[in-house]
Design a binder for this molecule. Structure first.
Ligand code: ZN
Length: 354
C-alpha cells in the first residue's frame, strides 16, 4: 500500500471538562450554534432519571428537546430511533451516557447528517471523542468511521459516580495504544503504510500516563484518576481524528476483542477488559514488557486473566486464530506471525490462562 498524499482531519470544536459541567450543557450547545432550536438526547433509562432535572434547568426556554432511550448498541436501536425523526429533525444529536448511548447517538447523528455532542457518563473507552463506533449489525465485524463529535462535555463529578469497573475498562482501552502503535509501525516498515508520527506519539502518551501512574489511580480515584483517564481517552480519540483512521488506537488487541465477541457473543466482559487482555498477549508477541502491562492492569483493578471475563482457553485460542481474518487489510503482528493452534495455545497459557 502506498502512502496517501492527503487525508482529512476532523477534530472536536469544543471540549469542556470539570466537576458539574453538566449544568452548562445548555450554553455549551448555544455556543456551538446560537440558532439551534431542537435537540435530540439519546440516553439510557438510569442516566435519564439521574440527570433530567439538572438538564432541564441548564437549557434555555427557546430550545426544544426530546429524549430517546437506547436498549442496546445495535443498528436495530439506531434504526428504531431514526424512524422517530420524520417530523422532528434536530439541530444536534446528544449522546448522554455510557458507551452504548454514545455509540448509538453517534451513528444516528451520522445517518441524519447532523452534528453530534458526546456527553459520557463513564470513562470506559476512547469512542467519547473519536469518529469511530462499535455497533452490532453493521456490515463490518469491527468499528466503523462516522463523524467526529463536534463537542465533548465530560462532567468529572458524574464520571466519578460510575462503577470503578468502567474506569478500569477505560484503562484497558488506553494501554492498548502501546500495541496499536507498534502494529502501525510494523505496517509502515513492512507494508509502506502511511504513518503519522504526531498521532502515534499522542496515542502512545495516553497509554504511558496510565503505565506510569497506575499505582496512584486507585487511591486518588476522583482527583487524579478520573481526570487523568478521561483526558487520556479524549486525547487518544483526537489522535485517531488526526491520523484520519483508527490506526493509532486500534491494532491486533482490538481485533482479538472483536473476534471474542464474534465467537463468544455478548457475555465476555467490557470492551476495555477484552482489549486489555489482548494487549498483554500482543505485547508479548511484539517483544514488549508485557509483565508491566499486567501489573498496570492489576493496579487499576482490570482483568488480566481470561477466566475473569468468563472465557476459557479454547475461546482465547480460537479468537487469536480468527482475529486477523476480521480485518485482513489491517496489517498487525498477527498478520506477520501467522500463529498456528500450538503457538496460540502456548501464548495464551503463558500469559492469561491460569
Ligand atoms: Zn477501543
Amino acid at each position: 500500500m502506498s502512502s496517501p498524499s492527503t487525508h482529512l482531519m476532523e477534530l472536536p470544536r469544543k471540549i469542556l471538562i470539570g466537576d458539574n459541567v453538566i449544568c452548562q450543557l445548555g450554553s455549551f450547545i448555544m455556543d456551538l450554534d446560537g440558532k439551534a432550536s431542537k435537540i435530540a438526547i439519546i440516553t439510557g433509562n438510569n442516566v435519564k432519571a439521574k440527570v433530567e432535572k439538572v438538564f432541564r434547568s441548564s437549557v434555555f426556554e427557546s430550545l426544544q428537546y426530546s429524549w430517546y432511550i437506547v436498549d442496546d448498541a445495535s443498528m436495530d436501536s439506531v434504526n428504531k430511533i431514526h424512524t422517530k425523526f420524520r417530523d422532528y429533525i434536530p439541530d444536534f444529536v446528544i449522546g448522554l451516557g455510557g458507551g452504548r448511548s454514545v455509540d448509538v447517538a453517534k451513528m444516528t447523528a451520522f445517518k441524519l447528517n447532523k452534528p453530534f455532542i458526546s456527553v459520557p457518563t463513564s470513562a470506559s473507552h476512547d469512542g467519547i471523542s473519536s469518529p469511530f463506533v462499535s455497533i452490532r449489525g453493521t456490515d463490518k465485524p469491527h468499528s466503523v468511521k462516522v463523524n467526529t463529535p463536534i463537542g465533548v462535555l465530560a462532567d468529572t463529578q458524574l464520571l466519578s459516580e460510575a462503577p470503578l469497573r468502567l474506569l478500569a475498562s477505560g484503562c484497558g482501552d488506553l494501554v492498548a495504544k502501546l500495541t496499536a502503535v507498534k502494529d502501525w509501525e510494523l505496517a509502515r516498515d513492512e507494508k509502506n503504510e502511511y504513518f503519522g508520527t504526531y498521532a502515534a506519539n499522542l496515542a502512545y502518551m495516553s497509554a504511558k500516563i496510565i503505565l506510569e501512574g497506575s499505582d496512584k489511580l486507585l487511591h486518588k480515584k476522583k482527583e487524579f484518576g478520573i481526570r487523568t483517564i478521561v483526558e487520556a481517552l479524549i486525547s487518544a480519540g483526537v489522535a485517531a481524528c488526526i491520523a484520519g483512521s483508527s490506526r493509532p488506537c486500534s491494532g491486533a488487541e482490538h481485533l482479538f476483542s472483536h473476534a471474542l465477541e464474534y465467537t463468544v457473543g455478548q457475555n465476555c466482559g467490557l470492551h476495555g477488559e477484552r482489549v486489555g487482555l489482548g494487549t498483554i498477549m500482543m505485547a508479548k508477541l511484539h517483544g514488549l514488557d508485557w509483565e508491566r502491562i499486567v501489573k498496570t492492569l492489576k493496579n487499576v483493578g482490570a482483568p488480566t486473566k481470561a477466566k475473569q471475563i468468563k472465557i476459557n482457553e479454547d475461546q482465547v485460542v480460537r479468537s487469536l486464530l480468527t482475529a486477523q481474518s476480521l480485518r485482513p487489510d489491517r496489517y498487525t503482528i498477527l498478520s506477520k506471525l501467522k500463529l498456528d493452534r500450538r503457538s496460540a495455545l502456548e501464548l495464551a497459557k503463558s500469559v492469561c490462562i491460569v
